[in-house]
Design a protein around this ligand. Structure first.
Ligand SMILES: [Zn+2]
Ligand SMILES: [Zn+2]
Length: 161
C-alpha cells in the first residue's frame, strides 16, 4: 500500500463484521457476491475520505487489476440501494461515497474538496416536522456544512504574507 493516509481507524474485526453483513444483505436481495464486489465494498469501508467511484476504482485495481470502472461504479450504486453505503450530500458533480452508516455529519471544503466527518449530538437530535414524524418513514437524516477547511485557510494566510 502506497498511501495509508486516507484509511479509517476501523479494525480488522469490525471490517469482517461489516463484510458479513454485506454478504447477508446481498444474498437476501438476490445479488451475486463476487470477490470483486466484496473487495469494492472493503475498499470503501477502509476509506475515510469519502472517495469518488474513480478513487475506489484506483484502490481496488491494486488487488484486482482486471476490474472495470463500470463494475466499481455499479457496485457502489448497488451498495447505496441496499443501504450499506450512501452518496454524500452536496457532491453532485462527482458522487462521493460513504460506507459509514452510523449517524454523523459532513463538512465539505469548497477549495480542496475534502469531506470531513463531524459528530455533533445536537444535529442528531434535530426534531422533524410533525407531518414527517407521523406520515413518513425516515431512513436517514443529514446535516451538511460547506466552507473552507483549516488547512486551506492556513494556506490562504501563508500566501498573502
Ligand atoms: Zn480545504
Ligand atoms: Zn462520512
Amino acid at each position: 500500500m502506497k498511501n495509508e493516509a486516507y484509511k479509517t481507524d476501523m479494525n480488522k474485526a469490525e471490517i469482517e463484521d461489516k463484510v458479513e453483513l454485506f454478504r447477508e444483505t446481498f444474498r437476501e436481495k438476490g445479488f451475486k457476491i463476487t470477490p470483486q464486489r466484496t473487495e469494492i465494498y472493503k475498499a470503501l469501508l477502509k476509506s475515510g475520505d469519502h472517495p469518488s467511484a474513480e478513487t475506489v476504482y484506483e484502490r481496488v485495481k491494486e488487488e484486482f487489476p482486471d476490474v472495470s470502472f463500470d463494475t466499481v461504479n455499479r457496485t457502489l450504486l448497488t451498495l447505496c440501494d441496499v443501504g450499506l453505503a450512501f452518496v454524500v450530500e452536496g457532491s453532485s458533480r462527482a458522487r462521493r461515497f460513504d460506507a459509514n452508516t452510523n449517524e454523523h455529519q459532513h463538512f465539505k471544503c469548497i477549495k480542496c474538496k475534502r469531506i470531513l466527518d463531524l459528530h455533533h449530538r445536537p444535529f442528531e437530535n434535530i426534531p422533524l416536522p410533525e407531518e414527517v414524524e407521523s406520515g413518513f418513514k425516515v431512513l436517514r437524516k443529514s446535516v451538511y456544512v460547506e466552507g473552507i477547511c483549516n488547512k486551506c485557510l492556513q494556506d490562504e494566510k501563508a500566501g498573502t504574507k
